[in-house]
Unconditional design. Structure first.
Length: 149
């Protein structure tokens, strides 16, 4: 199944619904119901002006969604989001998402693999580890989009 077909089928089943019009960019997030860091990332995105809808799904459904969207295991994190045709995987800073939407590169989307301490939603006091936001292509290849901390 192709990505667009999958997204259309997903929207039709109400697992993820996409509004016809929104004043702020609409972000639909699939996450585990028990994940606190996902909730913190959602709050980060809302505070940055995004209209966020969270969908609690089983781990099996979340892994299936990642695979269907083209997210490789080495790019994966705890939640997967969609915004204006792009996939956002993990704790990507809102500023990177805004840059992506402004530049509109031909890509699958952005990913912050793993769960780096100090990334949005993974704050732990003054602790911060360096991490990279990757621009992921449909081929599975990726390049550094931004460096943080």
């Amino acid at each position: 199944m192709k990505r667009r077909e999958f997204l259309a089928a997903l929207a039709a089943t109400s697992v993820i619904s996409l509004p016809a019009h929104a004043s702020a960019p609409r972000v639909v997030v699939a996450k585990s119901p028990s994940c606190g860091c996902c909730t913190a990332w959602i709050r980060h995105m809302q505070e940055a002006g995004f209209d966020v809808e969270a969908k609690d799904v089983t781990q099996e459904a979340l892994y299936g969604l990642k695979a269907s969207l083209g997210i490789r295991q080495d790019h994966a994190s705890c939640h997967t989001a969609l915004v204006e045709g792009y996939v956002i995987e993990g704790h990507v800073p809102a500023s990177d998402v805004k840059r992506l939407l402004a530049e509109r590169p031909s890509a699958l989307g952005l990913a912050v693999p793993g769960m780096p301490i100090g990334s949005p939603g993974m704050e732990m006091g003054d602790q911060k580890e360096p991490y990279e936001t990757l621009l992921v292509f449909t081929s599975g290849k990726a390049e550094v989009f931004a460096r943080h901390n």
